[in-house]
Design a protein around this ligand. Structure first.
Ligand SMILES: [Zn+2]
Length: 660
């Protein structure tokens, strides 16, 4: 299995949001006695009891989502199974067939319900003239019938899933050309398949900042985000009642080939209108909400609003567990309020980029009010509680939805959670420091673990205490204790086992799919170690759109400053084919770069092509390829240049998480 090239690995993973694993899935074991084939234990009595209690509450507030998720169903590919040319699974709905059975004790009943609803896949009529393909990927592909063809909104994550979705549309509704594509925002599940639906002359409508945001979020910190995304989406987990059941937002990010397109129509102001293929559209520009670049679109002749991912049928993330800068709860809530005022009175149906639509004007307005209120509630109440002197841990523990919102399914925490979103608000205003002086300079976690364990009487005693806590259903405390034991004695099998058991039950009890996947992946890695990264390609079409500047900025974060200190140098990189010159310089163990004229006094001048540079960064070309290459020439001090390359550290894409 080929490893992802280190510099690109994190980016690739993030683009895929699902690196790792060899594509094999452990078969479902429905037996409740003993561990299943993947080593996952049954729900404990206390987990089963807690989930049972939630089930009663969920039954009591049951809504008609089952009917709505199937409303307007037209057709689908039975046993939808999309593979790459080598036969590796890109998308396979049959993996989730187990969700049609009775809810398992090992899954939060709200999450089970959400996962079952997200299993409803196929082509659906929203209203005459508007259709959606749902469940062919993490997100929805929406279709608006124009005079001569179809406008596609959000062509999914990969070329392969988008092709399958478009084929379904053409088969069920008749062949028609694509007259325009709308990319609602800068997350790959909404644009990666654009290559399958757009030709070279297809109008592409996107929000201002789309291209930059879509390629940039993951370049700098991609390696770490990629590793963490594997936890958040449960990439390694079997699809089963004791494994991954879905992401809350949909099933999971699709694999496959990713593409991107240059927008031809940029939306940078609310109120902007367009008419394409006889379809009138009013846009809302909503940056810095769910994504850095996002738009929504209202179709006045159809009285329909596409809310993109501003609104969905779950509480979304103010902070995403893969790691990213926290989102602005006020801007997000404010944008929903704007939509409510601008489009609400004229809206008979809301259809979004995830989940099933909302039909009826009063229902649509109520839905927007709840979506708007939940983000502002989290924002305002977090600050209220902080002003009582609470830190992020206490706020997360204290905050709960008011009864009026607690009864609305579409704001429950199947993706984001109230707890981690409250922490995100705290972080946005106050940062990592909770003002407790002891937390200003804490001992590193491994040192603290050793000393806690020593103070408590040794690993065996701590493991015993953790086991006792686990057996009484106190799994948060069990995990806290066992985490110290594992970090103090990573080879202690009993410590790892009890930590895995605690994580397992925390996963089974979690309402949020990402929480479930994080805990269960932790248990899985404690038992099986870290799996080798998948060999899936990193989406070169997207890499080609990344400005060279960003690669140099990312390169600076690879510099081993100790090796660089005292070796001040400068180098010119002349990209002849794209007409850019970048000057790299070292001082005080720090790398700087700027796009500029070549420096006379540079130690060396490299003339190369962007394509060669890409291959070098991805280690598809090595130092030997530089010699005699027509795409690469060096003038000046070659040894200094080689010395510089040697100062760049290879990131560790599979770093440990649940062990030191
Ligand atoms: Zn999305």
């Amino acid at each position: 299995m080929r490893r992802l090239r280190p510099l690109m690995a994190g980016l690739g993973c993030l683009l895929l949001a699902a690196c790792g694993g060899d594509g094999t899935r452990v078969e479902l074991d429905t037996g409740e006695i003993g561990p299943d084939a993947a080593g996952f234990n049954p729900a404990s009595l206390s987990t089963a009891t807690a989930n049972g209690r939630h089930a009663a509450r969920i039954d009591a507030i049951a809504s008609d989502d089952d009917a709505l998720a199937m409303r307007g169903f037209i057709g689908r590919d039975d046993n939808l199974d999309i593979r790459d040319p080598e036969g590796a699974v890109i998308w396979r709905m049959a993996d989730y067939d187990f969700l049609s059975g009775d809810p398992a004790a090992s899954v939060h009943p709200g999450l089970w319900r959400q996962a079952r609803l997200n299993n409803q896949y196929g082509l659906f009529e929203v209203v005459p003239g508007i259709y959606q393909v749902r469940g062919y990927d993490l997100a929805n592909m929406s279709v608006i019938e124009g005079e001569a063809g179809r406008i596609i909104i959000d062509p999914l994550t990969s070329v392969e899933t988008a092709q399958a979705a478009l084929a379904l549309v053409n088969r069920e509704l008749g062949d028609r050309p694509v007259s325009a594509v709308i990319l609602t925002h800068s997350h790959i599940d909404h644009f990666g398949g654009v290559g399958a639906v757009a030709g070279p002359d297809t109008p592409i409508i996107a929000p201002a900042g789309f291209l930059e945001a879509s390629v940039s979020e993951n370049v700098m910190a991609g390696i770490v985000m990629g590793r963490r995304a594997g936890y958040m989406y449960g990439t390694q987990l079997p699809r089963s009642p004791r494994g991954h059941v879905g992401s809350g937002l949909g099933k999971h990010p699709a694999l496959g080939t990713h593409t991107i397109a240059q927008p031809t129509h940029v939306i940078d102001a609310t109120g902007q209108t367009l008419e394409i293929d006889g379809v009138r559209m009013e846009f809302q520009y909503a940056p810095d909400t769910e994504a850095p670049a996002e738009l929504t679109v209202f179709f006045p002749d159809l009285q329909a609003w596409c809310g993109a991912e501003l609104v969905s049928r779950t509480l979304h993330n103010l902070y995403t567990l893969r790691g990213a800068q926290v989102r602005d709860a006020l801007a997000w809530s404010g944008a929903i309020d704007d939509a409510l005022r601008l489009f609400g009175p004229r809206t008979e149906v809301i259809f979004n980029s995830h989940h099933w639509p909302v039909w009826g004007q009063p229902e649509a307005a109520d839905y927007l009010v709840a979506q708007r209120d939940v983000y502002k509630f989290i924002h305002d109440q977090t600050l209220r509680l902080a002003a009582q002197g609470m830190g992020p841990d206490e706020i997360a523990e204290a905050i709960s939805l008011p009864e009026s919102l607690a009864e609305i399914f579409a704001v429950q925490g199947y993706y984001g959670t109230l707890k981690h979103n409250a922490r995100a608000v705290y972080q946005r205003y106050f940062g990592w420091y909770d003002a407790v002086p002891a937390h200003l300079d804490p001992l590193p976690r491994t040192v603290a673990a050793r000393r806690y364990v020593e103070a408590m009487g040794g690993v065996e005693i701590v493991v015993r205490m953790a086991l006792d806590a686990h057996e009484t259903g106190d799994d948060r405390w069990a995990a806290e204790l066992a985490q110290h034991a594992v970090f103090a004695a990573p080879d202690d099998a009993a410590a790892r086992d009890v930590l895995a058991r605690a994580y397992e039950q925390l996963g089974y009890a979690a309402e949020s799919a990402p929480w479930r996947d994080v805990y269960l992946t932790g248990a899985h890695e404690l038992r099986n170690g870290v799996a080798a990264l998948d060999a899936t390609a990193a989406g070169s079409a997207i890499l080609n759109e990344i400005p060279l500047d960003m690669f140099f900025a990312a390169m600076a974060t690879r510099l081993d400053s100790e090796r660089a200190d005292g070796r001040d140098r400068s180098f010119n990189f002349i990209f002849a084919d794209v007409g850019e010159t970048h000057v790299v310089s070292l001082s005080n163990g720090v790398m700087h770069h700027r796009q500029d004229q070549a420096e006379e006094a540079a130690d060396a001048t490299v003339t190369l092509t962007r394509a060669f540079w890409m291959r070098l960064l991805q280690q598809e070309a090595g130092l030997m390829d530089m010699i005699g290459s027509e795409e690469f020439a060096v003038q000046g001090d070659r040894l200094a240049l080689l010395g510089f390359f040697a100062m760049l550290e290879q990131p560790q894409a599979d770093f440990p998480i649940v062990t030191p």
